[in-house]
Design a protein around this ligand. Structure first.
Ligand SMILES: [Zn+2]
Length: 142
C-alpha cells in the first residue's frame, strides 16, 4: 500500500469530506462552470425528491400519510417531538433505498463541486456546522 493518502485510503478517516472533495475536484472536468455546478446541484437535489416520490407512487413500498400535528397546549417544548411525525408509513425497499442513496451521493458530488469552485473546505464547513448546531441545540431549526 502506498504511503500517500489517496481518496480510497482516506475514506474512513476523520477527513472524509476533504478526500471526497479532492476526488470530486479531479472528476469535475466537463461541468466545471459555476452555472453547470449550480444547475447540476439543483437537478441532483430534485432527483432526491423524485426518488422519494417514486418510492411512493411507482414502487409503493412507502406511503405518505400527512396531517396537521395535534400538539397539546400544556406540554413543554421538549415534549413536542413526541407529537411530530415524519408522515412516512412503511419501510423503503432495498431498491428504493439504493436509488435514494445514489441521488443523495450525486447531490453531495455537486455540493463538493460548488465548494471547490469557490475554494471552500467542505470538511471544515461540515465541522463548523456540527459545532453550530451542537451549540444551538434544539433551538437551531425553530
Ligand atoms: Zn420501493
Amino acid at each position: 500500500m502506498s504511503a500517500h493518502s489517496s481518496p480510497d485510503t482516506a475514506r474512513h478517516s476523520d477527513q472524509t469530506y476533504s478526500a471526497f472533495q479532492q476526488t470530486v475536484s479531479e472528476c469535475l472536468i466537463r461541468h466545471r462552470s459555476i452555472l453547470d455546478v449550480l444547475s447540476k446541484f439543483q437537478e441532483a437535489s430534485a432527483r432526491v425528491n423524485r426518488a422519494v416520490a417514486k418510492a411512493v407512487t411507482t414502487c409503493g413500498c412507502i406511503q405518505v400519510d400527512a396531517s396537521k400535528p395535534q400538539i397539546p397546549a400544556d406540554i413543554s417544548y421538549w415534549e413536542i417531538k413526541q407529537h411530530m411525525a415524519t408522515h412516512v408509513k412503511g419501510e423503503m425497499c432495498e431498491h428504493c433505498v439504493e436509488v435514494l442513496e445514489q441521488e443523495i451521493g450525486r447531490t453531495l458530488f455537486y455540493l463538493a463541486g460548488l465548494c471547490d469552485v469557490f475554494g471552500l473546505d467542505l470538511d471544515r464547513l461540515v465541522e463548523d456546522e456540527r459545532k453550530r448546531i451542537a451549540t444551538l441545540g434544539v433551538f437551531n431549526l425553530t
